[in-house]
Design a protein around this ligand. Structure first.
Ligand code: ACO
Length: 341
């Protein structure tokens, strides 16, 4: 018995924000963005993270030919859920009518889909469940400061999904790797809801009354920008070009295959230069590294499943093709998965 992907689906919002539109919003240019990132446009949601997840999931379920009641597990990789609770997976479950499915979200930023896929595979491999729906969905548009040209040019919204089933097959998912370095969290961070409780209020009141007595201005120095993404772009770049080839090499070694045998390396779509550098370090032609970031930007946890779905629907994946997936993102987190289609 092997784990197989029996359906894929994706969804990107209709509203496109191209580089020319960004030129009118911040001090940037189409040439600068294209040269540094390869991005030409990105899609921006008006309906939110859950809605995109549901649309991608419906498409994947339709391709899989599975009834919602047959789903045992739904794992959603997202770091931009619409609610703190219930989780996005529960909302997808309700929308699909997948009454039997266990549901949870997994937060690993741009590695979210990959970590969710790997986690679902472990449940299937161990025999706990037989079927799973795995989704990557993100609306980074709500976390970027639209006046910060250093970050707002990079991201777009979208969702992708895959349906997994354990069955007799030559296809398989795995081995897989998941890595993290929590010491480097500052490189890419987005703070959530601030603490609000009676003790915090007491402290704030006391501080304000002291400030009032001394006539001090309220200091903004140590205030955290809740809800906004902050990033050290060059550090992220260095992290990605070092760890992605390393994790891919380890994956290939564990799978017992050579880089030459891989049909496609399906990488997180953050930046064309990062992907180019990985191809070079892997000594593989760039044509083996499909990209769609020109149209969608960096869709975070959704980028790998959107690309996988596009390859699948374009008929570019043949039975028996070997694929290597690799993701990386905030945390810092990174990982890789081997697939035989
Ligand atoms: N348009 C024009 N100029 C800009 C822009 C912009 N959008 N953004 C920054 N600049 C300017 C800077 O202000 C700076 O000007 P200065 O020299 O006068 O100070 C100059 O361009 C160079 O800035 P850098 O930050 O050094 O530019 P860099 O070459 O590093 O490119 C970038 C920035 C594209 C973000 C790059 O660092 C990168 O791709 N890093 C990877 C980050 C990434 O992909 N993050 C995605 C999220 S993480 C993930 O998905 C894993």
């Amino acid at each position: 018995m092997q784990i197989r992907i029996i359906g894929t689906g994706s969804y990107v919002p209709e509203k496109a924000l191209d580089n020319q539109a960004l030129e009118r919003m911040v001090d940037t240019s189409d040439a600068w963005i294209r040269e540094r990132t390869g991005i030409g446009s990105r899609r921006i949601t008006q309906t939110g993270t859950t809605d995109m997840a549901i649309r991608a999931a419906r498409r994947a379920m339709e391709m899989a030919g599975l009834s919602p009641e047959e789903l045992d597990l739904i794992v959603v990789g997202t770091s931009t859920g619409d609610c703190l609770f219930p989780n996005t997976a529960c909302e997808v479950q309700a929308a699909l009518g997948a009454k039997e499915a266990a549901c949870f979200d997994l937060s690993a930023a741009c590695s979210g889909f990959l970590f969710s896929l790997n986690t679902a595979c472990v449940y299937l491999e161990s025999g706990v469940y037989r079927t799973a729906l795995v989704i990557g969905t993100d609306s980074l548009s709500k976390t970027v400061d639209w006046s910060d040209r250093g970050t707002c040019i990079l991201f777009g919204d979208g969702a992708g999904a895959a349906v997994l089933k354990k069955e007799e097959s030559v296809s398989r998912v795995g081995p897989f790797l998941m890595k993290a370095d929590g010491n480097r969290g500052e490189v890419l961070r987005c703070m959530g809801t601030p603490l609000r409780n009676p003790f915090i209020k007491e402290e704030t009141d006391a501080k304000e009354s002291v400030m009032g007595e001394t006539g001090e201005q309220k200091s903004e120095e140590n205030e955290t920008d809740f809800g906004y993404l902050s990033m050290n772009g060059q550090e992220v770049f260095r992290f990605a070009v070092k760890t992605v080839p390393e994790v891919l090499e380890e994956l290939l070694w564990r799978a017992g295959v050579s880089a030459e045998e891989i049909q496609y390396f399906v990488l997180h779509q953050a930046n064309e230069r990062i992907i180019g550098s990985v191809a070079k370090r892997m000594k593989q032609p760039l044509s083996k590294f499909p990209m769609n970031l020109e149209h969608y930007g960096n869709t975070s946890g959704a980028s790998i499943p959107i690309l996988l779905d596009e390859l699948n629907r374009e008929g570019r994946l043949r039975k028996g093709d070997k694929l290597a997936l690799a993701g990386f993102g905030a945390g810092l987190t990174w990982g890789a998965t081997f697939l035989v289609w």
